[in-house]
Design a protein around this ligand. Structure first.
Ligand code: GTP
Length: 364
């Protein structure tokens, strides 16, 4: 079965991280976010995948090429202007004669894709939507289901009190090829606003498939930090190397000085250095070539490559993009620090702060 993965979005909510790195390439356990989704498809025998791109996602093609690194056969389809999910699917799948899978490209999940396909087949569905249950569905597409799991309503981003259930669109859809003739591949349109509610309201064969395992939509910085920490904790298969099972700490060639401390679960990239008296308190991830000076402490955080944490600085519940510097004695909590930004020495960075790339944050 072929799949289409949508990767042409702006990634606005994940700014400032996506100002320099497209969403699909933000590192999750030191490998591109999209690796995790593509490997999940591969585990279920789906190897022929078309990435639905816009020009701004070109870096995705540079990173993944023909897919050989992952043992996949990747193709790329470009929209001159973004066509939305509906336009992208209709333009790519025009002429396809077999059932196909579509995925949002920012999902990390252990969805049983094989069982999803089997349920679709058994029900004779035209369209199936994988569903995940969340506490607050108001930011998602929410469904009402009948006793046979047919979707009777699809409501995009309802007010919390108006949501028909807590089961949301998990961004994995199975399409029968006959549906493509009903779609528009020439102008911007979203299946979540058009096709899905129309099929549901029209009594058509649109079914839900409840996924009870792990699922994360990596839409905003908090979800991004969370997915890293969840995967470190073993929430779903994440391709961590072998020593993980025993120690809960993986140092891919990091140097941890005597007197420095790393508590699990933690992943440290190649060339990362902890000076004596520095601490990484898991769950935490550091990319390649990071430096933690004496007395620096990083916990529940994700550091990308080439990050420096100065002597005595504290980094808690934070994401720090590549090349950024947290100077000595600074205290950063619940923040997102953009590429090559600097947090000045001794400054306190409050929860919710977003520091733009290349800027110096002095707290004033
Ligand atoms: P926000 O700007 O923060 O909403 O993020 P986003 O642009 O990624 O949008 P959203 O999370 O709704 O997108 C879900 C998936 O669809 C992501 O993997 C996007 O890359 C992708 N996507 C969104 N819009 C388009 C589009 O117009 N064309 C294509 N090809 N992909 C899209």
């Amino acid at each position: 079965m072929r799949a289409i993965v949508l990767v042409g979005g702006e990634g606005t909510r994940l700014r400032p991280l996506t100002l320099r790195t497209p969403k699909q390439l933000v590192p999750v356990l030191n490998r591109p976010l999209l690796d995790h989704l593509l490997l999940q498809l591969k585990r279920h025998g789906i190897a022929s995948i078309t990435l639905a791109m816009t020009r701004r996602s070109e870096a995705v093609r540079e990173a993944f090429g023909d897919g050989e690194r992952l043992g996949l056969d990747l193709e790329y389809a470009y929209e001159e202007t973004p066509l939305g999910s509906g336009g992208a699917i209709a333009s790519i799948a025009a002429g396809w004669r077999e059932r196909f899978l579509v995925c949002n490209g920012d999902i990390v999940t252990d969805l049983d894709v094989t069982a999803f396909v089997e349920a679709h087949q058994a029900r004779g569905a035209e369209l199936s939507i994988a569903l995940h249950e969340v506490e607050d569905p108001s930011a998602f597409g929410v469904v009402a289901l009948d006793g046979a799991e047919r979707i009777t309503r699809f409501v995009e981003k309802p007010k919390r009190e108006d949501a028909p259930s807590r089961w949301i669109n998990a961004g994995f859809w199975l399409f029968e090829p006959s549906l493509v003739a009903e779609m528009d591949g020439t102008s911007f349109n979203r299946v979540e606003d058009g096709l899905f509610p129309r099929l549901a309201g029209g009594g058509r064969g649109i079914f839900g498939f409840r996924h009870h395992g792990y699922w994360m939509d990596v839409g905003n910085p908090e979800a991004y930090r969370r997915v890293n920490l969840d995967l470190l904790g073993g929430a779903c298969a994440a391709g961590l190397p072998d020593p993980w099972a025993t120690g809960g700490i993986v140092t891919e060639g990091a140097e941890v000085a005597p007197g420095a401390r790393v508590s699990p679960p933690a992943l440290l990239g190649t060339g990362t250095r902890l000076d004596a008296g520095a601490t990484i308190e898991g769950p935490a991830v550091a990319g390649a070539r990071c430096t933690l000076h004496e007395g620096a402490k990083v916990s529940s955080s994700v550091l990308w490559d080439d990050v420096t944490v100065g002597a005595g600085a504290r980094v808690l519940d934070t994401v720090v993009a590549s090349g950024a510097r947290i100077e000595a004695g600074a205290h950063v909590e619940g923040a997102v620090i953009g590429h090559y930004a600097t947090v000045a020495a001794g400054v306190y960075v409050h929860r919710g702060t977003r520091v733009e790339p290349d800027t110096v944050y002095t707290g004033e």
